[in-house]
Write a protein that binds this ligand. Structure first.
Ligand code: NAD
Ligand code: UDP
Length: 312
């Protein structure tokens, strides 16, 4: 049994990761300032006496007494709508929050996992994106607060590995969805689910021919745990390579929800990436991991949660 700190624990991925690691028998310290997270996500975790929670902003000094075997840093603003509204908080959590959590990992001699993103590739000129691709990010662009905070975060992780010999992992996460995403999150699947269930038109931005590749949350959690348990200190893409246009996604959501909603086309946000698809050869070869849940099945698994949120 290990003692593991999870930042961003009240968020979508953080809460599922806490549940999984508790089920695996570990002691979990969850940390979150609830800027975008919701403590209801941790209802199950709170029932476990191996779980404790600290309401703390990870950009401030972090004190945890006793031994810590691993630090998993998931805290961040993660939805384009939220990070556009809170660019400074986003930069701070990617930079200062990563610094503080790395400092803790160094002090405790703990393994460190950083949740980076496909956004380090920006608006990619190669598709699919392998880890060796260096990206196409506008440092002064509208998404830069997120993209550059994660790129800086990766650089800090690398520096702590090289300078202080911290045992590090870097997950480059691609679009992931499932229950526990906020209805007002602004990301495409919560938006489409909410619109389809309430009979409003689905808002497709641009012509809807831009692509994303959507990974169901249980696959993502398996991938993150496989990475943590590996010895791979270089970045690894974790995502589902099943690439879809946003128009295709809209059709699948309508089908899965049985909705009669129409589709409205709205303006494309500036610098919205045109394509995105992970090359997961490295995850397959080095972690023995690949996703198993198809888009239809994953959306089916999620519908009930979105219906409940709407009826609350
Ligand atoms: P989320 O918003 O649901 O969870 C992030 C959590 O971090 C929230 O609970 C929020 O309150 C917390 N947080 C933010 N700033 C904090 C701070 N300063 N101190 C303490 N807590 C803070 O997002 P998510 O989708 O679960 O994403 C988790 C991680 O995975 C993030 O680092 C995100 O960048 C990364 N990621 C997610 C996706 C995805 O598709 N879900 C894709 C790429 C990368
Ligand atoms: N999108 C859309 N309608 C919405 C929300 C998003 O068409 O209501 C599009 C968005 O422009 C992007 C894709 O869906 O092309 C995925 O957006 P999301 O915000 O989920 O994440 P991103 O991959 O851009 O970080």
């Amino acid at each position: 049994m290990s003692r593991i700190l999870v930042t961003g624990a009240a968020g979508f991925l953080g809460s599922f990761l806490c549940d999984r690691l508790l089920a695996d028998g570990h002691k979990i310290i969850g940390m979150d300032n609830r800027v975008s997270g919701q403590t209801e996500n941790l209802d199950e975790a709170f029932e476990n006496n191996r779980f404790s929670f600290y309401d703390h902003d990870v950009t401030e000094f972090i004190h945890v007494s006793g031994e810590v075997d691993a630090v998993l840093h998931l805290a961040s603003l993660a939805s384009p709508v939220f990070y556009r509204d809170h660019p400074i908080k986003t930069l701070k959590v990617g930079a200062l929050g990563t610094h503080k959590t790395l400092g803790l990992a160094k002090a405790k001699d703990a393994t460190y996992l950083f949740t980076s993103t496909s956004e380090v590739y920006g608006d990619p000129e190669v598709n699919p994106q392998p880890e060796s691709y260096r990206g196409n990010v506008d440092p002064y662009g509208p998404r830069s607060c997120y993209d550059e905070s994660k790129r800086y975060g990766e650089s800090l992780v690398r520096a702590y590995r090289d300078k202080h010999d911290v045992d590090v992992r870097v997950a480059r996460i691609f679009n992931t969805y499932g229950p526990r995403m906020r209805l007002d999150d602004g990301r495409v699947i919560p938006n489409f689910m909410k619109q389809a269930i309430t009979g409003r038109d689905l808002t497709v931005y641009g012509d809807g021919e831009q692509t994303r590749s959507f990974c169901y949350v249980s696959d993502m959690i398996d991938g993150l745990v496989a990475l943590l348990e590996s010895e791979v200190q270089e970045p690894v893409n974790i995502g589902n390579p099943d690439e879809r246009t946003i128009n295709e996604l809209a059709e699948v959501v309508l089908e899965v929800t049985g909705s009669e909603s129409g589709i409205t086309y709205e303006e494309l946000p500036p610098q919205d990436p045109e394509v995105r698809r992970p090359d997961i050869s490295k995850a397959r070869a080095e972690l023995g991991w690949q996703p198993g849940v198809g888009l239809r099945d994953g959306l089916h698994e999620s519908v009930e949660y979105f219906r409940q949120q709407i009826n609350l």
